[in-house]
Ligand binder design. Structure first.
Ligand code: ATP
Ligand code: MG
Length: 561
């Protein structure tokens, strides 16, 4: 096996550990990672970071990466989540080893091992309620109180545990605990709970079990069963590591053992990322589902118009840290802008239209103006956009009484209509409320782009669409979901207090050029001068809908200048 010792990029600390392990031929020089989501919600951008890390390391070291559902909690888990997780991992461009694995497939082996632990005198049944057990654990600086049931005989423990499994006892009446050390300064070592009674059907095992293993017990043993070599998790599990190792001590061989390594979780500014809070936003109708384009979920980002490449590039840029920090959401936006700039066709769209009539242009005439599809991509070619006597431009590209530096349209001024002619504003019409309803221009027939007179320079260039040859669409503009950098970080305030009331703006009767009439959901475009947009799944032939992924430039960066 090769490992990139001479790679120019310096190794991050996890790569350094793996390289060292390979040098020492640890675990027969295998690299096998896993991504272990609990199917209790949709994946978010933090999970994407973990997916890129785990699958990325497997690729880098010619190893394997498993997808394992950590489905030990039947109360909150659903098949819908399992399906969405698989879809998201694949969409990001990764393929798991073999087939999806489930911790629930190991319930029998976990049970058998716990019987062995009872027989070895290192596990016991405790009849006390869970809150009393927690209380007896005490504080790290003083030893905890031993349970009066701690020294039950092996026979009695076996009998009670079998009857727990057989369903003889109600929820909460008994637990199985590991007999570790009630004096340990590490609270997780103070006789942790291994099994609890839960008379609840499981989405995969049905009613077979009424006792379920706890995460700490199930996780490391599942790693062991799957032959995982490097078990990567977020920092809050660092304190669990001695317990992870202790459970493995009960079953591990000399030749193979998984190793837990912790890294800092990804936090993004102006976002909440805990699944519990995201679920709350969904359940309380504060967003339109898990894939609402304002959500930091992978499905939300996909619907918003993000590409897998841009998310992977973002994960790469963020890197791997040992300390928690908050990454600026503008870095994510930068990554998507960078990719969309390379790959998305340019088109004309007018979001807030005002009509322009070119008074010296023949009625009924149509010219097809040839324009570049994407100047960044030599392969992208050109397209033809129909030009007519009546056009739309943006309301805010016209000013009745413009200042000198306004290089757009105003009375008596000339601008170029992108890819077409230079026009001069001669007059305009206002309604009773003072709104501009129509602008009258003349065009210079010798100024056609690409023609002999094309070199005549004017300061401003505007985008436009033909009145006759355009179609109506609904456009959804998004802003940050929260107005606070760390909505989750206030002790005395609920994160929902920081929801941005203007996070969604819906515009109707926007005018789009005809070339994208047959676009499909997720198709991506640059609407020139306006930003990157993608078609939404809510689209119908009567009402096409487009989401703005990001504006061309970061509007927040401008404000701070
Ligand atoms: P949440 O806190 O959002 O509920 P979780 O840790 O409970 O997340 P899991 O489904 O258990 O969610 O996570 C699966 C994997 O993804 C774990 O290995 C976890 O460490 C990792 N992960 C979760 N959130 C992040 C994050 N913000 N950054 C990096 N990795 C994460
Ligand atoms: Mg978790």
């Amino acid at each position: 096996m090769e490992f990139p010792e001479n790679d120019k990029r310096s190794l991050n600390f996890i790569e350094a550990i793996i390289s060292e392990d390979l040098k020492n031929k640890k675990n027969e020089s295998r690299v096998h990672t896993r991504f272990p989501p609990e199917p209790n919600g949709y994946l978010h951008i933090g999970h994407a970071k973990s997916i890129c890390l785990n699958f990325g390391l497997a690729e880098e070291y010619n190893g394997l990466c498993n997808l394992r559902f950590d489905d030990t909690n039947p109360e909150k888990e659903e098949v819908e989540y399992v399906d969405s997780i698989m879809e998201d991992v694949r969409w990001l461009g990764f393929e798991w080893h073999d087939k999806p694995y489930f911790a629930s497939d190991y319930f029998d082996r976990l049970y058998d091992w716990s019987i062995k632990m009872i027989e070895a005198g290192v596990a016991y049944v405790d009849d006390q309620p869970q809150d009393l057990i927690s209380e007896q654990r005490g504080v790290p600086t003083r030893p905890g109180i031993e349970s009066p049931f701690r020294n039950r005989t092996i026979e009695e423990n076996l009998d009670l545990f079998l009857r727990m499994k057989a369903g003889e006892f109600p929820n909460g009446s008994k637990v199985l605990r590991a007999k570790v050390d009630m004096t340990s300064p590490n609270m997780h070592m103070r006789d942790p709970i291994m099994y609890r009674i839960l008379h609840e059907d499981h989405h995969r095992t049905g009613d077979k079990w009424c006792i379920y293993p706890m995460y700490d017990y199930a996780h490391g043993q599942s790693d062991f069963i799957e032959g995982i070599t490097h078990s990567l998790c977020t920092l809050e599990f660092e304190i669990h590591r001695p317990l992870y190792d202790w459970f493995l001590d009960q079953i591990a061989e000399d030749t193979y053992r998984p190793r837990q390594i912790e890294f800092a979780r990804l936090n993004l500014s102006y976002t909440v990322m805990s699944k519990r809070k995201l679920l709350q936003l969904v359940q309380e109708g504060l967003v339109n589902g898990w894939d609402d384009p304002r959500m930091p979920t992978i499905s939300g980002l996909r619907r918003r118009g993000y590409t897998p490449q841009s998310i992977r590039a973002f994960a790469d840029r963020v890197g791997i840290a040992k300390r928690d920090n908050i990454i600026d959401v503008s870095l994510l936006e930068f990554s998507v802008r960078e990719h969309l700039n390379l790959m998305s066709p340019r088109v004309f769209a007018v979001l807030d239209p005002v009509k322009v009539v070119i008074t010296n242009y023949p009625e009924g005439k149509t010219e097809l103006m040839e324009v570049d599809n994407n100047p960044e991509d030599p392969e992208a070619g050109k397209r033809k956009v129909p030009f007519n006597r009546e056009l739309y431009i943006e309301q805010n590209d016209f000013m009745e009484d413009p200042p000198k530096k306004f290089f757009r349209m105003g009375p008596g001024r000339e601008v170029r209509l992108k890819g077409a002619y230079i026009v001069k504003c001669e007059d305009f019409v206002k309604d009773d409320d003072g709104n501009i309803t129509e602008i009258h221009c003349t065009y210079d027939p010798d100024s056609r782009s690409g023609g002999a007179g094309a070199n005549r320079k004017v300061k401003g260039t505007l985008h436009w669409v033909s009145v006759e040859n355009s179609f109506d669409a609904e456009i959804r503009l998004y802003d940050r979901m929260f107005m606070d950098e760390d909505p989750d970080g206030h002790k005395d305030k609920d994160f929902r207090e920081f929801i941005n009331p203007d996070s969604l703006t819906v515009l109707r009767h926007c005018k789009l050029e005809p070339s994208i009439k047959s676009a499909k959901p997720e198709d991506k475009f640059q609407f020139q001068r306006l930003g990157y947009f993608c078609m939404d799944k809510d689209s119908t032939p009567e009402n096409p809908v487009f989401n703005r992924t990001v504006p061309l430039r970061d509007p927040w960066a401008k404000k701070n200048r």
